[in-house]
Design a protein. Structure first.
Length: 245
């Protein structure tokens, strides 16, 4: 479910998503968004009223300096970057849309198997497991790739089927369509729109490639969660107790 904030982009609540067995994510406790640097006073007040307890910032230091998160009273903000320097790992120097798509595709292999990314997503789960049920918000810059992987891993740990996991990940494109429409309205050229049409959206192929990389190395997403991220059966049971109803 998209959240109607004024200055926080691509904001979604995973609450209400339901497994085939009826297990349902509690509403208002698992939030995924873009950065909070442009959050309005009204947005901050809304997050405070929701009882937000934790913000996980997945951006690198350069991104954080460019748009520092606004603080939310009562919420701890921690920095857990899956990559230390985004411009090194996504070197978008080409103006060729196909080359840009290939760069993002390879980024998902890095997010699945690079030791720094594994450490970061393991730390993300440790924070989730330490929660008392207060709402958690995680974000990167646009809330699509690093944030999207966090969402896919969390939904997988909570027992959601792959199709449901990918379907939620793809909801970013409802926001991306608006971004591209705004660009077009402001006079962007066809070349500019074609290029950003590879940057703003997410692609099902990248999500499936992420899982393919994980399963090729670990055999299954369950093995990856347990062996790489230290999220085994006991941790899964605890996550379900905190975030499902």
């Amino acid at each position: 479910m998209f959240l109607d904030f004024e200055g926080i982009e691509n904001a979604r609540d995973l609450g209400g998503l339901t497994r085939p067995d009826g297990g349902r994510i509690k509403e208002g406790v698992l939030l995924r968004t873009g950065h909070l640097g442009r959050a309005t006073d009204g947005d901050i007040a809304c997050l405070k009223d929701m009882g937000l307890g934790l913000i996980v910032d997945m951006r690198d230091n350069r991104e954080r300096e460019r748009h520092p998160d606004r603080s939310v009273p009562g919420a701890k903000n921690i920095h857990i970057p899956p990559v230390p320097d985004l411009e090194v790992y996504i070197p978008i120097k080409s103006q060729n849309p196909k080359e840009v798509r290939a760069v993002f595709h390879e980024f998902y292999r890095l997010l699945s198997l690079h030791p720094l990314a594994i450490d970061a997503y393991g730390a993300f789960f440790r924070e989730l497991l330490a929660g008392s049920g207060k709402p958690v918000l995680w974000h990167c810059t646009q809330g699509k790739d690093r944030t999207g992987v966090g969402g896919m891993l969390l939904m997988s740990a909570l027992g959601f089927e792959r199709e449901a996991v990918v379907e939620e990940y793809m909801r970013t494109n409802l926001f991306a369509q608006k971004q591209l429409a705004d660009m077009a309205q402001k006079g962007a050229t066809e070349k500019e729109l074609a290029l950003m049409g590879e940057v703003f959206p997410v692609f099902q192929g990248n999500a499936r490639y992420y899982f393919d990389c994980v399963e090729m190395e670990y055999g299954s997403i369950e093995n990856y969660l347990e062996l790489a991220l230290n999220v085994g059966p006991d941790e899964v049971e605890k996550l379900e107790g905190i975030y499902l109803e």
